[in-house]
Design a protein around this ligand. Structure first.
Ligand SMILES: [Mg+2]
Length: 345
């Protein structure tokens, strides 16, 4: 078993602005695991919201920790052993988990959705994210979002109602709102009441993740469903969320990969929580990985790869917003032939 990594700067079509931050680009890390001449690829898209950084991961993977790797089979124990070398860097755990699954699928000639008992015909429609911007740019983005039947709108500004009013003047498509912890309880109560009259499907993470008690109060009065994102990282968080939210947003970069995300799906279903699969700003490697689990969930917000302009890989595609999985073993991602970036395979 051999390991190497490469780095890549993904550039956004529009600066990506949410309630707490704004970015023109993100630096990501690809990890590669090679066994018997076959290579699996994974991606880490670290988020400083969770105390992670690109530099931290480079320091971690460039040391001796991954020079000698454990036996590849069985897959589960291989992933567990690699994770024990990742400290609590969840996006790095996700990268190794994705690469190990990709390699395992290729070696066993099986597409990952089948490994997770997911029917590729049952993939959901993904929402398309409209980041925070001035109203003129938002108008332009709505025009460009024509191919996507469901919108996810970022709020948490002092002109939230203007944003929704502007969008509603242009389209009656279903809208999901994500406040990214940008409101307090009183604002959230007011906004949920107002939004419930604007054909909004649900609201994601209205309050800060540490305000779980206020979330219980909000759930008691909100006419709209409430989904946990920043409040829900891994399966350990799920038991405490039922009173405060109607559902959860699972992301591989928070869970540490497919294995834990699959466990979260089972647990959320048992707990009566709705499930969305989401992503960070990621390339097609990580977004395709999450898509393999998407037939098992209620909603998808898997658009990170279409918000960037220099994706070096191809994988999942869209047909009228519906996620379409590649029908090849493992993840089914390929490096773009026209990509002249320095990505090794
Ligand atoms: Mg979110």
């Amino acid at each position: 078993m051999k390991f190497h990594y490469s780095t890549y700067r993904i550039k956004l079509r529009y600066p990506f602005t949410i309630a707490r931050s704004s970015h023109d680009y993100y630096d990501i890390i690809y990890v590669y695991l090679t066994e018997n001449g076959v290579t699996g690829i994974g991606e880490a898209a670290p988020s400083n919201r969770y105390g992670e950084s690109f530099e931290q991961i480079i320091e971690w993977v460039s040391g001796d920790r991954f020079k000698i790797l454990p036996e590849f089979e069985p897959l589960d124990s291989f992933i567990k052993k690699l994770h024990s070398r990742c400290s609590e860097i969840r996006s790095l755990k996700a990268a190794f988990d994705i690469a190990a699954h990709d390699l395992w699928g290729k070696l066993n000639d099986i597409s990952l959705c089948h490994h997770f008992h997911a029917n590729p015909d049952d993939t959901p429609i993904t929402s398309f994210t409209i980041g925070i911007d001035n109203l003129d740019v938002i108008k332009q983005k709505i025009v460009e979002a024509k191919p996507y039947p469901v919108l996810k709108v970022k709020l948490g500004t002092d002109y939230d109602q203007d944003i929704i009013t502007e969008i509603r003047n242009l389209t009656d498509k279903p809208i999901r709102v994500d406040a990214n912890e940008g409101w307090n309880l009183e604002q959230a109560q007011r906004m949920c009441d107002w939004l419930s009259k604007q054909n909004i499907e649900f609201v994601e993470q209205p309050l800060s993740a540490d305000q779980l008690e206020d979330m219980v109060v909000l759930k008691g009065s909100s006419p709209l469903k409430l989904l946990a994102d920043e409040s829900c990282l891994s399966s350990e968080d799920i038991p405490s969320l039922g009173e405060a939210f109607h559902g959860i947003n699972i992301k591989l970069m928070k869970s540490g990969g497919l294995r834990e995300a699959y466990k979260m799906i089972q647990l959320a279903k048992e707990s009566g929580l709705e499930i969305m699969l989401g992503c960070m700003i990621e390339s097609s490697v990580a977004v395709t990985a999450a898509t393999h689990l998407s037939p098992l969930v209620d909603y998808a917000d898997l658009d990170g790869n279409i918000l960037i302009e220099n994706d070096p890989f191809t994988g999942v595609t869209l047909k009228k917003g519906k996620l379409i999985l590649p029908n090849t073993p493992g993840l089914g991602v390929q490096i773009r032939e026209e990509s002249n970036e320095n990505i090794r395979d």
